[in-house]
Design a protein around this ligand. Structure first.
Ligand code: GRG
Length: 298
């Protein structure tokens, strides 16, 4: 466990410096939105998605510098989703990563604009990344849009999260939870891994193995998140807890209970590790990251 924390910490140090450099200040009052974007994106995230992009790409000899634009644009997009998720009209949260949410630190209009700015800039940054070959860039842009969007992507997942309701049939509920989590949390994690495979021009069968690994860690990640919401230490988690219960959210934990959900997550991680291990590349960090995902305290 300590090795993966060390590896993530080392990666984050380098990544954070490069990411901060993506946000040059503008003159004038419009700089306010850039400050809000930078505040949110540099606000202490774990950087799991960029780490996955770079680790999956590294298996195919792709250097950090080439993977960086895909990793950075994904983190920008992830930060947009957190800013908008925290808004009063969505999850209505005052704390994110232990600090005031963007709309609390600035104001609601600025937070909406900062989210819009990050979403737009993510695609701008990726599409102009000359270190990535044009056809690979285009594939990444398309995959990212698909993962984030309203046709089976994160926006669809967030819509289900806000509006899905039980019809009293437990089997329907289970199917809704699975679809909701796959789209809301799973699609960006899948993109992170798949982007690495695309950058590395991985053979099709290996790309499928990487996608399967990403699906499993994605589901386990969400279960771990739900368990942290129920049982986590608020000082470590850095956001308001017990919201799933108070807002009657559809989650694996509300459906299965903590113990069954925990077992499910452990089984998914064991399967994910076995799959990634089958690749003919060094996968120690990806195996350890999978384990970290369910053992983390924030
Ligand atoms: C607003 C379109 C839109 C989507 C929001 C991201 C999201 C969808 C909702 C956030 C609520 C939530 C708890 C989602 C579960 C998983 C998740 C994305 C957690 C946050 O990711 P971490 O733990 O965050 O990687 P850090 O802060 O480390 O980057």
């Amino acid at each position: 466990m300590s090795d993966i924390i060390e590896s993530l910490t080392l990666f984050s140090k380098r990544f954070n410096v490069d990411l901060a450099n993506c946000f040059p200040p503008l003159d004038g009052a419009e700089n306010r939105v850039i400050e809000a974007m930078k505040y949110s994106v540099m606000n202490g995230g774990k950087r799991l998605r960029p780490y996955l992009v770079c680790e999956c790409a590294k298996m195919y000899g792709v250097p950090y510098e080439t993977a960086f634009p895909a990793a950075a644009s994904l983190e920008m997009l992830h930060s947009y989703s957190l800013i908008h998720d925290d808004l009063p009209s969505m999850d209505n949260d005052d704390l994110r990563r232990g600090k005031p949410t963007c709309h609390k630190q600035f104001d609601e209009a600025t937070a909406i604009l900062a989210g819009d700015g990050l979403l737009t800039y993510a695609f701008d940054y990726l599409s102009t990344a000359l270190v990535i070959r044009p056809e690979i860039r285009l594939t990444l842009i398309q995959l990212l849009a698909d993962a984030a969007g309203a046709f089976g992507g994160m926006v669809s997942g967030q819509t289900l999260d806000l509006y899905a309701a039980s019809d009293g049939n437990p089997q329907h509920d289970e199917a809704i939870i699975s679809r909701l989590e796959t789209m809301k949390t799973g699609r960006l994690l899948r993109y992170a891994c798949e982007a690495g495979a695309v950058l590395g021009q991985a053979p099709q069968n290996e790309r499928q193995t990487i996608i399967s690994y990403s699906r499993k860690i994605g589901q386990a990640f969400q279960i771990a998140d739900d368990i942290l919401d129920k049982e986590g230490d608020p000082k470590l988690v850095g956001k308001t807890l017990h919201k799933d219960d108070s807002q009657n959210k559809f989650t694996f934990v509300s459906y299965y209970g903590v113990e069954k959900a925990r077992n499910l997550a452990q089984n998914l991680i064991a399967e994910a590790i076995a799959e990634i291990q089958s690749l003919p590349h060094p996968t120690d960090n990806l195996q350890a990251l999978a384990q970290y995902i369910i053992n983390r305290s924030f």
